[in-house]
Design a protein around this ligand. Structure first.
Ligand code: GLU
Length: 288
């Protein structure tokens, strides 16, 4: 049987410059896609203006180019998709597959581990607030291409989670699934910090009737045990002028054979031919 052509992606949020942790996700997803002769798309997840840093989107794209991480097709900006997200929400609401919720943070905390669905049982239903899905077919298990069988807590899996926030912003889970679905992504390669999100995202892929992509989560780069490198904890930006060193370090982090120092493009081409999924370590690694 002919298998579907591979389409992968890298989906950074423009909340700061690329750092070593995001380079791992970019490089890992790039190598996997190219090793399978697939496409590699870049999507800027700019749906959270309060967390956006001016100039970060362009900065991320120029860094990718400086690293020889050239993408296919044009970059998709999530900010151009708001009407599509809204249309999907309206359809879910009209089919009673989602409902408004006005519970406060305090009320939700008092419920314990997860939201108890109380606003979904009100008659008449509320007509403003956050929007939650009716999670009638929770997904508590899935297979990761690197990590194997993953099981998340039942409470987490079955929660009626938020797809539009009270402040009017579209939730990451909604946007990422609609975009991965509409862009025909066949495999999601990203950091392990989003491992459990894959359970919720599978729920949404099913609900929206998309084909669910394969999942492949990479080990996280940590500043210290349990504390991942992130823009929030001010991980240093990677250097646009010396990509060779960072590429070598990122390949080492991913357990890949080293490559000869050359232009970034030539180094990546060699890394693609040598790419070995099984060599990627499964644990988080301390890099500082
Ligand atoms: N935009 C998300 C982030 O920067 C990643 C989304 C994803 O890969 O699913 O953390």
């Amino acid at each position: 049987m002919h298998s579907k052509a591979y389409i992968g992606r890298f989906a950074p949020s423009p909340s700061g410059p690329l750092h070593f942790g995001s380079l791992i996700a970019a490089l890992g997803s790039y190598l996997r896609a190219r090793a399978l002769q697939g496409k590699w798309l870049v999507r800027i997840e700019d749906i959270d203006p309060p967390r956006e840093v001016a100039g970060a989107s362009q900065g991320i794209l120029s860094t990718l180019e400086a690293y020889g991480l050239h993408w296919d097709d044009s970059v998709l900006f999530q900010s151009s998709r708001l009407a599509d997200y809204e249309a999907q929400l309206q359809q879910l609401l009209s089919q009673d597959k989602a409902y408004y919720c006005q519970c406060t943070r305090k009320q939700i905390q008092a419920m314990g581990h997860s939201y108890d669905g109380r606003c979904g049982r009100l008659t008449p239903a509320l007509n403003a607030g956050a929007i939650r899905i009716r999670n009638t077919q929770p997904i508590a298990q899935f297979t990761d291409q690197l990590m194997g069988k993953i099981r998340v807590e039942e409470d987490f899996a079955s929660e009626d989670f938020i797809i539009k926030r009270r402040d009017g912003l579209y939730a990451y889970q909604l946007a990422v699934v609609m975009d991965d679905g509409d862009q025909g992504i066949t495999e999601v390669v990203r950091g392990c910090d989003l491992l459990t999100s894959s359970a919720r995202q599978t729920t949404l892929f099913n609900l929206f009737e998309y084909h669910t992509p394969n999942w492949l989560h990479l080990p996280l780069a940590c500043a210290e045990p349990g504390r991942k490198l992130s823009k929030q904890n001010h991980a240093p930006a990677i250097d646009n002028r010396a990509p060779q060193q960072s590429i070598q370090a990122a390949l080492r982090f991913l357990g890949q054979p080293s490559v000869d120092i050359d232009t970034p493009e030539i180094m990546l081409a060699q890394a693609v031919t040598q790419f070995n999924l099984d060599a990627i370590p499964k644990q988080q690694q301390i890099i500082l």
